[in-house]
Design a protein around this ligand. Structure first.
Ligand SMILES: Cc1cc2nc3c(=O)[nH]c(=O)nc-3n(C[C@H](O)[C@H](O)[C@H](O)COP(=O)(O)O)c2cc1C
Length: 183
């Protein structure tokens, strides 16, 4: 199995999404010690914004296509994904490669993969929250991966900026979920 491990948080060691994405990868590799892990840190080594010229370079797309499982650390920044992660997605959502347009509508072509996303959000955006309509991270990533034929799985650590207690319990709960997902 090839695991592509992507992180996008700018906060380094203290990052919650990095902690959770690493927990998921560690659980997956504990169960499959022969798994190969490819690392892509788009915060430490950012991809440039997409240009017509860079669109022709398929290295990032090929790396994605070669992976069996993709684990992504995705913090919420200003209600959505970090721009660094968007630059990565811009190279992965490619007509004719990961989806195609047909007369019956768009068709995903990348459905042979598992995608697991470790979300970290400062607040709460669940149904009933007064800011639920501002949630454009999980909803966007679900739509984008659905579009290419993948039903992504999410492990969320929420309310990170509310209190130290909430942060600790959200990380605990997400780490437990990581074990369950990898089992
Ligand atoms: C630049 C920036 C923007 C943020 N915007 C939001 C936001 O819109 N909504 C929210 O709930 N939390 C927001 N947060 C809080 C982060 O989502 C939270 O701290 C989370 O833990 C970040 O993930 P990380 O720990 O992996 O860096 C923001 C944090 C930063 C640094």
């Amino acid at each position: 199995m090839t695991i592509l491990h992507i992180d996008s948080s700018i906060t380094g060691e203290g990052s919650v999404s990095r902690t959770i994405s690493q927990a998921i990868v560690s659980e997956l590799t504990a169960r499959d010690p022969a798994a190969r892990v490819i690392r892509r840190d788009v915060a430490a080594d950012p991809l440039p914004h997409l240009t017509l010229a860079s669109y022709a370079d398929t290295a990032v797309l090929d790396e994605f296509l070669a992976a069996d499982t993709v684990v992504i650390g995705a913090p919420m920044y200003n209600f959505t994904l970090p721009t660094q992660l968007k630059a990565w997605l811009d190279r992965v959502l490619v007509s004719g490669k990961t989806f195609r347009y047909t007369e019956a509508g768009p068709e995903g072509l990348a459905g042979d993969k598992r995608v697991i996303v470790a979300l970290a959000r400062g607040g709460f955006y669940g149904a009933g929250s007064p800011v639920a309509a501002l949630e454009h991270l999980e909803t966007y990533l679900r739509s984008a991966f659905n579009f290419i034929g993948i039903e992504p799985e999410f492990v969320a650590a929420d309310g990170i900026n509310i209190s130290a207690e909430q942060k600790a319990s959200a990380i605990d709960q997400a780490q437990g979920e990581a074990v369950r997902l990898a089992a």
